[in-house]
Design a protein around this ligand. Structure first.
Ligand SMILES: [Zn+2]
Length: 387
């Protein structure tokens, strides 16, 4: 934290959060009275749980009068949501929830700015990853309709995807784990996908774009990266010389893979090469998807359209999953649009918000409230006063 009057920042943020909830709308999740709620403070995201609210007004009054920086709700529905311990709640089913976060991705930009900063390229990559989850897996492979899928920005570094299909509600932890296993590509058998891979001198035969399930997915995903260019191939783990070679012959490579022939360009140790690429194709959030939210039917996750206390942004719910194709959180999830603040900041990278660039800063500067609050909550500025 830069030097300055820290209390001015805390006072301002509390007031802004309170004002936000006084007039907030669209806060009530479906079947609200059957959900468990948890709230947190600036130190702990969930400091109190087993709470329940009967309606939106009751929730808004609580969040407004306590200026709550983090509020979460269960992906589960319960007969007695405030009952404790958990067994007394009377579980009625749970949405299937995915939490995609840029912290779990290995991105070239992160090598420059580290994992504590989030740049526009980070947000782009995690948005694409979410599109991949919805449109490469949930819709085509599991048959969920877009109406059964709700997507919201997490308020910080990623997206949350809630599936509300009747069939998934009663799935237990083991069944949820199978779904995440499939999406994460656990159990992809390379030798079965590429039967000639180990045989010297034989043509490398593999999946074609016409195949269904994982096979077709592998072929299509590789080709879409090939068409996107050398950088995109390198992000898949292809070395630059090979990426350049593949890209130069891309029509030939495309024609081959469309028909299951992966041998159109000479690559040394081709079997090993393709194995590494194929295994990297699962949703790259697999560790995260696997280790927490999705498999635990009792998990609490940020309430859509609530404030994220680490950024001052809104965990904005998208009107439909399709909006992912054009959603810009640093524009559409801004909460505190009124006025300006004077801050003392020390930032290394420019911040892009509302389609403008702010900074880098060293010293005192007047900025829009949402910029000042974002930097303050990230620990990169102190707030001197509200103008
Ligand atoms: Zn980045």
């Amino acid at each position: 934290m830069a030097s300055g009057n820290k209390d001015a920042g805390a006072d301002l943020v509390n007031k802004l959060i309170s004002d936000f909830y006084r007039t907030a709308s669209d806060l009530a999740p479906d079947r609200m009275a059957e959900r468990e709620f948890g709230v947190g403070n600036f130190e702990v995201k969930i400091s109190q749980r087993h709470m329940s609210f009967r309606n939106e007004l009751e929730l808004k009054e609580y969040l407004c009068s306590n200026a709550v920086p983090y509020v979460s709700a269960s992906s589960a529905y319960y007969r007695f949501p405030s009952g404790r311990p958990m067994e007394k709640k009377g579980w009625l089913g749970s949405e299937l929830v995915f939490d995609l976060d840029v912290t779990d991705m290995e991105l070239p930009c992160q090598l420059r700015h580290g994992k504590s900063w989030v740049c526009s390229s980070c947000l782009e990559e995690v948005r694409k990853e979410t599109i991949k989850l919805v449109y490469d897996f949930l819709v085509p492979d599991f048959g969920f309709s877009e109406k059964e899928i709700a997507v919201n920005f997490s308020g910080n570094r990623g997206y949350h995807v809630h599936v509300k299909n009747g069939d998934v509600l009663m799935l237990d932890a083991a069944a949820r784990k199978e779904i995440t296993g499939y999406i994460s590509g656990i159990g992809i058998d390379f030798e079965r996908l590429f039967p000639t891979a180990g045989r010297r001198g034989e043509k490398l035969v593999g999946p074609s774009t016409k195949d269904k399930g994982w096979k077709g997915k592998i072929a299509k995903n590789f080709l879409s990266n090939l068409n996107a260019g050398v950088d995109s191939l390198m992000r898949m783990g292809v070395d630059k010389p090979i990426a350049t070679k593949l890209y130069r012959s891309k029509s030939l490579v495309q024609m081959g893979i469309d028909n299951g022939n992966w041998d159109m360009v000479y690559i040394k140790n081709k079997g090993e090469f393709w194995k590494r690429i194929v295994e990297g194709q699962a949703v790259s959030q697999s560790d995260r998807i696997d280790r927490n939210v999705t498999n635990d039917p009792g998990h609490l996750i940020r309430l859509p359209n609530s404030i994220h206390g680490g950024t001052g942004l809104i965990a904005r719910r998208l009107g439909a999953p399709r909006e992912l194709y054009r959603f810009n959180p640093m524009k559409e999830a801004i909460a505190f649009r009124k006025g300006f603040v004077k801050i003392k900041a020390g930032t290394k990278y420019p911040l892009e918000m509302a389609e403008q660039r702010f900074g880098p800063y060293a010293g005192e500067i007047k900025v829009p409230t949402y910029v000042g609050v974002y930097l303050y909550l990230r620990g990169l500025a102190s707030i001197i006063n509200f103008i």
